[in-house]
Design a protein around this ligand. Structure first.
Ligand code: GLY
Length: 401
């Protein structure tokens, strides 16, 4: 397939009587079709066993490295397949989406070992339930929400992210990472679909406590906050995957933007909308011209630092939703920038079609650890296809979410 690439957002003027409307010509169907074809390649190569959930591809490789259901990224591949099924309506994609989703079922049957249950189970079973209404999926989601809630510490007011010793986290004190915001969606959903109302209260408390403790005056986020597990007192804000404790780690800020947008959707409390807009500002105002962030906004050797396409994909998807809730001027900015992000991600710089079956190149997982630097990573693909799907819905006159 030869992909048309447009270096800039082209504008076509369409006349409606005496009104002129602008229409972007970024071809979302072409990009979604590209995703279908790339996923076909993965499906033709993937071992047919439960130990083979795609996680990443190294820069010079064309082969996925696989993980089991226990890995924090295990839900992104089944979630991606559900989005592909939603787009293509191909029965085969529904079948394989179900197959990979089922591999994660043990997460609903075991005690929590991490906060990532929302990423894992809501992206897989959650998308599956949204598209099929399968009652078995619903049971898994509800059980998992209860499991996630066991990590909540009422003295602190947040979920414990890593229930184990992690360097610099002062175990057995309580740590909460910004990424944890995304897992609240599982709790909100469960509380509205037959689960206990306490799940809603836990999600709101987590969002409020994080809002109070996790941000600097300029609304950039600490990656991790450590709390005294008995008194709930804030001990310190530090990084784990960013450049420094005081820097803005790109994906951490992306999780904040996406997380508070989702919390506003679920609560309709205006303070969360206001906050989502505030945490979006420093991210948008400090992006490079092509809208794809370096892995950390304060990385010392910019522009010779790796990018993080995954953060761009997360933010593009979030902005398409946040635009729905924002006033006209902000909505226009958010939508135009989200489209510019998706367009850049859809260019040969990120989708070179060189035999690598992932959708996107150039994500950074854990730079300080030396892992997944400039890789293809499955969660970039997931939020990219989610963003494309949201944009397609908007163009069809539907709500993005
Ligand atoms: N949740 C881990 C990460 O964003 O890398």
């Amino acid at each position: 397939m030869i992909r048309k690439t447009l270096g800039i957002v082209c504008v076509v003027l369409i006349s409606y009587g005496c009104h002129l409307k602008q229409k972007e010509v970024f071809d979302v169907d072409e990009s979604l079709q590209y995703c279908v074809e790339q996923a076909d390649q993965t499906l033709s190569e993937i071992p047919d066993d439960e130990k083979s959930l795609p996680r990443n591809i190294a820069p010079e490789s064309k082969e996925w490295n696989y993980v089991t259901y226990q890995d924090w990224t295990s839900g992104f591949w089944p979630g991606t397949l559900w989005y592909l099924y939603e787009y293509s309506q191909e029965p085969n994609l529904k079948e394989v989406a179900d197959q990979f989703t089922q591999y994660l079922r043990p997460l609903s049957e075991k005690p929590a070992t991490d906060h990532d249950l929302g990423f894992q189970v809501f992206n897989s079973f959650g998308n599956g339930y949204r598209l099929t209404g399968n009652a078995e999926y619903k049971k898994v989601i509800l059980r998992t929400a209860d499991t996630l809630a066991t990590l909540y510490n009422p003295a602190v007011g947040t979920i414990l992210s890593w229930p184990r010793p992690v360097p610099n986290m002062e175990w057995p004190n309580h740590n909460t990472i910004m990424d944890n915001m995304i897992n609240l969606e599982l709790l909100f959903w469960a509380s509205k679909n037959g689960g206990d109302s306490s799940l809603y209260q836990i999600a709101v408390a987590h969002a409020e406590t994080t809002m109070a403790n996790h941000f600097r005056p300029d609304f950039t986020s600490y990656h991790v906050v450590v709390y005294d597990r008995e008194t709930g007192e804030r001990i310190k804000g530090v990084t784990h995957q960013g450049y420094s404790d005081e820097s803005m780690w790109a994906r951490g800020q992306a999780w904040a933007i996406y997380g508070y947008t989702m919390v506003y959707r679920e609560t309709k409390d205006p303070k969360f909308l206001d906050f989502a807009q505030k945490v979006t500002r420093p991210y948008l105002d400090n992006l490079p011209e092509d809208f794809i962030p370096y892995w950390d906004f304060q990385a010392p050797n910019i522009p010779d630092e790796p990018r993080d396409a995954s953060a761009a994909a997360v933010v593009a998807s979030a902005l398409l939703e946040l635009a729905e809730y924002s006033d006209k001027a902000l909505a226009k900015e958010y939508r135009n920038k989200a489209i510019a992000m998706l367009e850049e991600l859809s260019s040969p710089r990120y989708c070179p079609e060189d035999g690598n079956p992932a959708f996107l190149r150039h994500s950074t997982g854990h730079y300080p650890n030396g892992s997944e630097i400039d890789y293809s990573i499955i969660y970039a693909d997931y939020y990219y296809i989610e963003g494309l799907t949201r944009l397609k819905r908007i163009r069809e006159g539907k709500k993005p979410v």
